[in-house]
Design a protein around this ligand. Structure first.
Ligand code: FA5
Length: 346
């Protein structure tokens, strides 16, 4: 063996290997070619062994030629592999993830989902459990058990989308998450501390702040000796954590919900202007989040909980509204247009 004969052999091996790689018709064949041209029984493996018999001054050059061979053949194999569409694992073709992202960008959670999860984290941190209920509800859970009997004027507070299931009983798309209060109390003994996030539906025209499909989160606490102070404290704690601001103030103004007594509209001081007044809070200094109150004894009785023994509070608010406030978004429609130029920003 001389350096000249080794050079000639490596040249010939390169030409042959490159054409074998190009001819491989599928990933299985390509793997065989790899073994043939780079494996233990390949021509170059034999050349590697014979390097030892070369004069010492020729050995580095022979080593350099061999590594050039390996590099160029590896490159040819990788390129062919990409052409053939992936790698083969146990006879099954799977994408070669080492080749990169294939031009696909990583997605992320929708803004409303992100806000829902942040809120769930806050309430779980306060000791609450997450509850769920169906989106197609019956009249008992959406209205009656919540102290809203048929023909009660409160039904018109929320325009309902009814669902015809061919049964005598009336079904509807839930107009709020409050029916999850009833379902939870029907299935659990107090003390109860739950939050219920979910999709809700109302027969409303889409505008900048209202959508026929939106999300709410309900909070229900039932225990002994709970008072409005507990309700106020819980809301203030969650609002401060949500907006990451210890100076957020809460405001409760008298309101009416048939399932809470007393009831209040719940607002927080504007986190953008600290209550001075700006565009986001319509220059009032306050941002309305939802409704709240002490659970009406009639509701507790409807689910078989003794109102003399147990008390509780409940509140509900819109998730889109929270996301709009947090991120300064003034159009609810942008959440559902599916315009990636908007969604990708959050
Ligand atoms: C309720 O739905 C009550 N169930 C809240 C409640 C729960 C009161 C527990 C007392 C005890 P209201 O209809 O105000 O209340 O809705 C609450 C929030 O949902 C609103 O403040 C708003 O943020 C959001 N919301 C209501 N309708 C829509 C809509 N069409 N589009 C987007 N968000 C809405």
């Amino acid at each position: 063996m001389t350096i000249a004969s080794i050079t000639a052999e490596i040249d010939a091996a390169t030409t042959s290997a490159v054409s074998l790689v190009a001819e491989a018709a599928d990933l299985v064949a390509l793997e065989e070619v790899r073994r043939e041209v780079l494996g233990k029984r390949s021509v170059v493996a034999k050349i590697k062994v014979s390097i030892k018999s070369l004069p010492a001054q020729d050995r580095p050059e022979a080593g350099r030629l061999l590594s050039l061979y390996s590099e160029s053949i590896e490159e040819a194999l990788t390129a062919r592999q990409a052409q053939l569409g992936g790698i083969e694992v146990s006879g099954v073709s799977v994408p070669d993830l080492s080749l990169g992202s294939h031009g696909l960008e990583r997605g992320h959670l929708h803004l409303v989902t992100q806000v829902r999860r942040q809120l769930e984290d806050i309430f779980v941190g306060l000791g609450y459990k997450i509850a769920e209920g169906p989106e197609v509800e019956d009249d008992w859970h959406n209205f009656e058990a919540l102290n809203i009997p048929p023909a009660h004027p409160a039904r018109s507070m929320q325009d309902t989308l009814y669902v015809d299931l061919g049964a005598e009983e009336q079904f509807m798309l839930r107009t709020h998450t409050s029916p999850v209060q009833i379902r939870t109390m029907e299935n659990q003994e107090p003390p109860i501390y739950v939050v219920a996030p979910g999709r809700t539906y109302r027969n409303e025209t889409l505008d900048a702040r209202h959508s026929p499909i939106f999300h709410q989160m309900e909070c229900l606490a039932i225990d002994k000796n709970l008072t409005m102070a507990d309700l106020f404290g819980t809301i203030e704690t969650f609002a401060r954590q949500l907006f990451d601001d210890d100076t957020v103030q809460t405001r409760f103004r008298s309101d009416f919900f048939p399932y809470t007594e007393p009831s209040a509209e719940l607002a927080v001081s504007c986190v953008f202007c600290s209550g001075v007044g700006c565009r986001v809070c319509s220059h009032t200094g306050w941002i309305e989040l939802g409704g709240c109150g002490m659970v009406d004894p009639a509701v507790l009785s409807a689910v078989g909980i003794d109102p003399e023994k147990w008390q509780g509070f409940a509140f509900g608010f819109g998730l889109e509204r929270i996301a709009m406030i947090r991120y300064g978004i003034d159009e609810i429609r942008t959440f559902y247009d599916n315009d990636l130029r908007f969604l990708a920003q959050y």
